[in-house]
Design a protein around this ligand. Structure first.
Ligand code: COA
Length: 332
């Protein structure tokens, strides 16, 4: 019997309507379009507005987009994984709510978090369920409402992050399509450089304590994160090519986490990859954490061809990073 591989067979997306442009940010903090564009490549990001709307709102809509596009019967979905660094609530699973709301009533579900590597690591996790032979339809959603932890008076972070969600369906392939190899890493020494200090179990809010200090929002030492991201994303992308005897001409696309255009360009350059093969949407959405990779797939779906070799690469808080080699499974 041929080996079962885990293939992506459908994609969906959701982006909030509100557009936070560089021009609007100029009115909030001391910055300018030229600085943001030249340092990050970002022109605008989407922000989810509306009281009570959390990450699940976007995850549900991305999943519904996929379900409607493919006429999928949601009761056939067996597992829903929501990759997110911004769950709706601390105690209740976001994925459980999402699964119910999309009609995946026969599925079990859970959240997983590896900061900006959440979706990449999620690809590894859900592919194991498919490869085991026990599961045939698994939905992986990457969704983040980053605006819920950003201080819009801090120019070091508010220019970078945005909100959004993307969803992909994994199914078994007996033709060798889908995930071929992975190379995933973490290093907890990195956590001081990118974190939200307050609000978790190590540093919870005490009764009567007021929300609002810098420790309540994302803190990032940009230069350190930048250097680590460039080095590690290029390193793992190179290793995955080498391990699979892939020449650069064998690679159809690089799908890299959209944190900073300069990081993506440096990774492509170190691989020797032409920029025409680099999927890019950071200019429109900024860094949407767990949503960047599925949003790239959704935006470029019409250009991806069956059999295309795609290298996924990501880097995030923790630190966490890695690369995955996948063969695309369908023509849209
Ligand atoms: N507008 C204008 N000036 C700004 C600014 C802004 N939004 N943010 C910072 N500056 C200033 C700084 O104060 C500093 O001024 P100084 O030289 O007078 O002290 C100068 O610009 C350079 O700051 P620096 O932090 O060194 O800029 P940078 O080139 O490293 O760019 C980041 C900052 C955040 C864009 C960049 O470091 C980065 O992208 N880091 C990685 C982010 C990332 O990938 N995060 C997510 C990982 S998943």
């Amino acid at each position: 019997m041929s080996k079962i591989t885990a293939a992506i067979t459908a994609v969906g997306k959701y982006l909030p309507e509100y557009v936070l442009s560089n021009e609007i940010l100029e009115t909030l903090v001391e910055t300018n379009d030229e600085w943001i564009t030249s340092r990050t490549g970002i022109k605008e990001r989407r922000i989810l507005k509306g009281k009570g709307k959390g990450t699940s709102f976007m995850a549900i809509n991305a999943a519904k987009d996929l379900i409607e596009k493919t006429n999928l019967d949601p009761t056939e979905i067996e597992l829903v994984v929501v990759a997110t660094a911004t769950p709706d609530m601390q105690a209740a699973s976001t994925a459980a709510f999402v699964a119910s709301q999309i009609g995946a009533t026969e599925a079990f579900s859970f959240d997983m978090d590896a900061a900006c590597s959440s979706f990449l690591f999620g690809m590894s996790v859900v592919s194991s369920f498919i490869e085991s032979g026990k599961y045939k339809k698994v939905l992986l959603i990457g969704a983040d409402k980053n605006s819920s932890m950003i201080d819009y008076s801090n120019r070091a972070t508010c220019i970078i992050f945005g909100d959004g969600a993307g969803a992909v369906l994994f199914e078994p392939s007996s033709d060798g399509l889908g995930i071929q190899d992975e190379y995933l890493r973490t290093n907890g020494e990195g956590r001081e450089f990118l974190q939200v200090q307050k609000g978790g179990s190590a540093n919870p809010f005490e009764k009567g304590e007021v929300f609002g200090g810098p420790e309540c929002y994302v803190h990032q030492e940009g230069r350190t994160v930048f250097k680590n991201a460039v080095f590690n994303m290029a390193d793992v992308s190179g290793k995955i090519l080498e391990r699979n005897n892939l020449k650069i001409d064998d690679v159809a696309w690089l799908a890299a986490h959209q944190a900073n255009k300069r990081i993506i360009d440096a990774t492509a350059e170190r691989m020797g990859l032409d920029e025409s093969k680099v999927l890019m949407n950071i200019h429109r959405y900024g860094n949407t954490t767990s949503a960047t990779l599925p949003l790239l797939l959704a935006d470029y779906e019409s250009q991806l061809k069956k059999g295309d070799n795609i290298i996924f690469a990501a880097f995030g808080g923790g630190f966490s990073w890695g690369a995955i080699y996948l063969k695309w499974a369908y023509n849209a």
